[in-house]
Design a protein around this ligand. Sequence first.
Ligand code: HGY
Ligand code: MN
Ligand code: MN
Length: 409
Amino acid sequence: MTPTQRTLQLCDHIATFTDIPGQIHRLFLTPATRRLHTYLTQEMRQAGLQVRTDALGNLRATLPCPNPQAPTLLIGSHIDTVPNAGRYDGILGVALPLALIPTLPPLPYHLELIAFSEEEGVRFRTPFLGSRALTNTLPSLTIEDPQGINIQQALQAFPTDPNQPATLTPNTFAFLELHIEQGPILESLNLPLGIVESIVGQTRLSLTFVGQANHAGTTPMPLRRDALTAAASFITHVETLAQGTPGLVATVGTITAAPGAPNIIPGQVTLSLDIRHPDDCTRLRTRRTLTTAARAIATQRNIEVHIRQASQQSTVLMHSTLTNLLARSAAATANPAHTMHSGAGHDAMILAESLPSTMLFLRTPHGLSHHPDESVLPEDITAAHQTLTHFLTHLDPTQIQPRTHLTST
Ligand code: HGY
Ligand code: MN
Ligand code: MN
């Protein structure tokens, strides 16, 4: 079996680990993730890796080099999914290196393959928990999922071992993430690979509009305090602002209305807001404009609004020495690549705060991602394998200077 066939086989099999039969739906620390850990641990051990699960549920597999003093290169991506997901977002960045490892020559550094436990922010409405553990920037573990289970309780139930450090392996010198592009740019250029120069910043908010639930038949329109119509007005405002601001994307991706019956005026509505722009100042200005708008809409309608920031990430630059080596590796293996920024968030944007980091993208057919029809071309996986092999065999840890300032805000 070729590494490309093996990569696809791994992705196909990983897709069978799901909490909702008939879909790919695998959130942080769920039973499906537990079963996937067992499978991946076995596959990683068969590839000659030493495997452990850390205290935050990240699966960590090391290919040691003969010199115990050698530094470590970290490589990987996430294994949680969005609801009703495709089979490559995150997963490919674990499967592709795992398939390649048996073909690699000896390297002058330890290689640590990591499957991050949480990146999407679906279960606890807070993203990047796996990589945040490694950079010591975890939020409070008392954050609860919709069932009222907090992160600490979920870790105990999984279970993870609190004595397994969820920190960077000492002497880790760099991080590399492979990922599908999740957008249409590479396909439009007819190119298999993307070299990521920067990852766009993002802010995620949770807004709760609180009005007054009441009888839908007896309450005249002028006397209502309807939280859902306030939210609807706000959502329209979000779209209008984003449409009128070049480069801005803003999304209300979830909404719940309570108590939730056809004959009750909604008294409470909670929605999520995701704001992204390559320029941090524009993103932060948008955050201010939209929160001010939410408060104005609430005041006009005599209701309250509560705003919580779930996460905020600045735009980060990838490490130029690593990025240049990736570009040279693609060229040396005759695989055309496009240098670009990432509109999607990735674990690399968290790791880059502490560690020289870079990313390689694979073209996404039809630009379709966060969708069950997400796909990848076998020839692009082969291009990524060739590029990665060249990168790993030409990477000199002594040439990678740590960076102290990587973010633009
Ligand atoms: O939301 C994102 O950008 C990523 O796919 N988690
Ligand atoms: Mn994703
Ligand atoms: Mn992803």
